[in-house]
Design a protein around this ligand. Structure first.
Ligand code: ADP
Length: 498
């Protein structure tokens, strides 16, 4: 088996070093020396103990960010200099891509091929893309009348708190850090408690390449009644950017009201993946698999509701179940693994609860629905699961499972599927598979979601905005839209009247 052996682990020595908080350019213990453990989802072994940042630690980090913003060299630095630092960070990350990929796989569980060929290159390209923006932030001059010279300045928001999830730990850090830094903000990043490691390693690179102290602070720890909540409540944080569950999103909005800080949210999804009879069926089968099983289904834009036109239902299901039954499940460090473990035991229990709910409501379990035994029993594995004959009102069609569970909903007409597609509280993404361009564009316009893929799924680029309609959040990340999130516009009026 081509599993990465322990001796080949590039992050082996690093794992043994203390995992502290990055505050004001220094690595420091959490208050009272508290730590928590992070485990390997493939075998439930402890990987490392990590500093558990408290509310007080969060406060210290905010103070450091504030000082760096108001007094440090960061704001006076030429944009080209900021760009150079971001390019350097991207280069250093790229040089260590194998090490980072292994670390990500160990901490999160995802297949090494995905860490290496998706998470790492995307993170590197995100830093590069935003490095390019540093020198392109411009204001306007506005011709009001001859008595005034009027212009706008695009300024950083100030001190930003960024709270990120565990499904793409490094990539989410890049989506958050890249634009915030390009725009000249200082920040406090709070990685998810399940997956703190790649963010900490990234923190080391940030120090090495020469970002001034206090510009990037990293506080590992928990959310409720801890570092996460303290950051979202903090009266001296100007903006909070959050990616995670919709329930947590609501808490963040509530916590933000004290100083009315700006909030951007990227929350859950329940994407319709719609296949018409005139589609390229083999491509759509592959798209359905990527749509739901990529990253073990722990993707907010996962195509968790597969709408199949009735006339192709049987053919499609035969091809789909045949492929899915052959998917290789195993530890993420095995090069052959196509589907790894879920991130935590808690997630496994949650997913299994949904499997039971699906059966109870009368959906037909056609594969999976259980945990693998044998070698994999120790890890947090759930077999890829498909329910057929799902009705859009069922719990498994309405709630975000965040696991490898696909609901298949047969449909008869364009009108029917168009209506059902939008009947969920979420609106993050959707997909349409057809050879008919009219149908494709009509549905693309009709689906209430921030991203619609036509004859593809899960395609991303740092240039293309991503975000939600409805309860999937607000604000758009990536592209020039992140620049809006991390800047303020100021209008300046100059009296030039004679
Ligand atoms: P999940 O339940 O899937 O872990 P969450 O939305 O709870 O997803 O977690 C995403 C991020 O939000 C994590 O970094 C977590 O620590 C943080 N978090 C959780 N609860 C809160 C909260 N009440 N306030 C601020 N941050 C939180």
């Amino acid at each position: 088996m081509a599993v990465v052996q322990e001796r080949e682990l590039l992050c082996k020595d690093w794992l043994k070093t203390p995992k502290k908080l990055l505050i004001d350019g220094k690595w420091v213990d959490a208050q009272g020396g508290k730590t928590f453990e992070t485990r390997n989802p493939a075998d439930d072994e402890v990987l490392a103990r990590v500093a558990e940042g408290s509310k007080e630690d969060a406060d210290k980090a905010v103070k450091a960010a504030r000082k760096a913003y108001e007094e440090g060299p960061w704001r006076k630095m030429a944009p080209a200099e900021r760009a150079r630092l971001l390019y350097k960070l991207a280069d250093e990350l790229e040089k260590r891509a194998d090490e980072f990929a292994q670390l990500e796989t160990l901490d999160n569980g995802k297949p090494i091929k995905e860490s290496r060929w998706v998470d790492l290159p995307q993170a590197v390209e995100t830093f590069r893309y935003y490095a390019g923006w540093c020198t392109k932030l411009e204001g306007e001059t506005i011709n009001v009348n001859s008595n005034f010279f009027t212009y706008t300045l695009r300024e950083p928001v100030g001190v930003v708190a960024q709270i990120i999830p565990w499904n793409f730990p490094l990539l989410m850090a890049a989506w958050k850090l890249g634009p915030a830094l390009a725009c000249g903000n200082t920040l406090v990043l709070k990685p998810a408690e399940q997956t703190p490691l790649t963010a900490l390693r990234l923190g080391e690179l940030i120090c090495e390449v020469g970002f001034p102290p206090g510009v990037v602070n990293i506080v590992t720890g928990f959310g409720p009644d801890a570092a996460g909540e303290a950051l979202s409540k903090h009266m001296d944080v100007d903006k909070v950017a959050f990616t995670g569950e919709d329930k947590t999103g609501r808490l963040i909005v509530q916590a933000s009201t004290g100083n009315l800080k700006r909030v951007s949210l990227e929350l859950g999804g329940k994407a319709p993946n719609i296949v018409f009879a005139d589609a390229d069926i083999d491509a759509a089968v592959k798209g359905a698999i990527t749509g739901i099983f990529f990253n073990q289904g722990q993707v907010c834009c996962a195509g968790s509701r597969l709408f199949l036109e009735k006339s192709i239902h049987d053919e499609f299901m035969t091809k789909l179940t045949d492929r899915v039954s052959k998917m290789r499940q195993g530890p993420g460090l095995d090069e052959k693994t196509q589907i790894g473990p879920q991130v935590s035991r808690e997630q496994v229990e949650r997913i299994m609860g949904y499997v039971q709910a699906g059966q109870k409501e009368g959906a037909k379990l056609v594969c999976g629905g259980e945990r693998p035994q044998g070698d994999l029993a120790k890890g947090y594995f759930v077999k890829p699961t498909i329910f057929d004959g799902v009705n859009n009102n069922m719990k498994i069609a309405q709630e975000e499972i965040f696991g490898p569970v696909l609901s298949v909903l047969p449909f008869s007409s364009m009108e029917e599927v168009a209506e059902q597609a939008n009947k969920v509280i979420f609106g993050l993404s959707g997909a349409v598979w057809t050879r008919d361009i009219k149908k494709a564009h009509k549905l693309a316009a009709h689906i209430k979601a921030g991203t619609v893929w036509i004859n593809c799924f899960n395609v991303f680029d740092p240039q293309v905005p991503f975000g939600g309609y409805k309860m999937s959040g607000y604000g758009r990340e990536l592209g020039k839209h992140s620049i809006e999130l991390y800047t303020n516009v100021k209008s300046v009026w100059v009296n030039v009247a004679e």
